[in-house]
Ligand binder design. Structure first.
Ligand SMILES: [Cu+2]
Length: 240
């Protein structure tokens, strides 16, 4: 069974992380893993040199990133695009079996939350799986908690996930690595999207963004928003 996340023509060019070039198992050697990293880095940076700084403010742009979705938490709660209004969202599409880009990004997000201190309460990271076959609620729960319990993993039916990915212009496609049902990897775009407390897209970070940059950008955005007073429903936890 195969599914594809559709790539809207107007979407940001996808930074595709070519996981099919790497080992299919998580039990490979360190050397293989390092080689995989090197290949992945080449793929990412060679394919999207212009996207290392995509501050892409969308106001006035025809491109709309983010939109209605219905997904579920690992606890079985249904969530939609409305659920997290009032929070700054960090949205990332990936899967728990991902050998590099997902663990790397989630680690940076977890570190960014620590850097933000109390302001992290105003941020909600969402890790949306593109692998509904293997990412069961239990697997997702365990995975996101291993980075930071504040990261929420979202699952859904293949249709729900494809729809959510489409709203964000996220790309993913499965590649078989063997004949077994679970012998596959998923190439996927690696943007980390930032949505404001009103649910509007603010910017996207390309793969490789550091925790410090994520934290600094969020601080800046929060300060700007409270300065402008244009986001009345930001949870007024505190600021510093
Ligand atoms: Cu990944």
């Amino acid at each position: 069974m195969t599914w594809r996340g559709e790539v809207p023509k107007e979407a940001l060019p996808a930074t595709v992380f070519s996981e099919s070039r790497r080992m299919k198992s998580r039990n490979g050697s360190v050397a293989l893993f390092a080689l995989g990293l090197a290949i992945a880095a080449c793929v990412v940076f060679a394919s999207a040199p212009a996207l290392s700084e995509p501050p892409a403010q969308t106001s006035g742009s025809a491109v709309t990133i983010g939109g209605p979705f219905t997904l579920s938490t690992a606890d079985g709660l249904t969530v939609t695009h409305q659920t997290y209004r009032g929070k700054w969202l960090l949205v990332y599409f990936g899967y728990t079996f991902c050998p590099t880009s997902c663990p790397t990004t989630l680690l940076e997000i977890a570190t960014a939350l620590k850097r933000l201190g109390p302001d992290a309460a105003r941020v909600q990271p969402l890790f949306i799986t593109v692998d509904p076959q293997r990412d069961t609620p239990e697997v997702m729960q365990q995975y996101t908690r291993s980075f930071d319990p504040r990261i929420v993993g979202l699952i859904g039916t293949p249709e729900q996930l494809a729809a959510a990915a489409r709203e964000y212009g996220a790309y993913y496609v499965r590649h078989r690595t063997g004949s077994g049902a679970d012998d596959y990897v998923i190439d996927h775009s690696t943007y980390l999207y930032v949505m404001d407390p009103l649910g509007k897209f603010v910017r996207a970070f390309d793969y490789g963004v550091s925790a410090d940059r994520i934290a600094a950008a969020l601080r800046e955005l929060m300060a700007l928003a409270s300065h402008e007073g244009s986001h009345g429903n930001i949870s007024s936890s505190r600021s510093g």
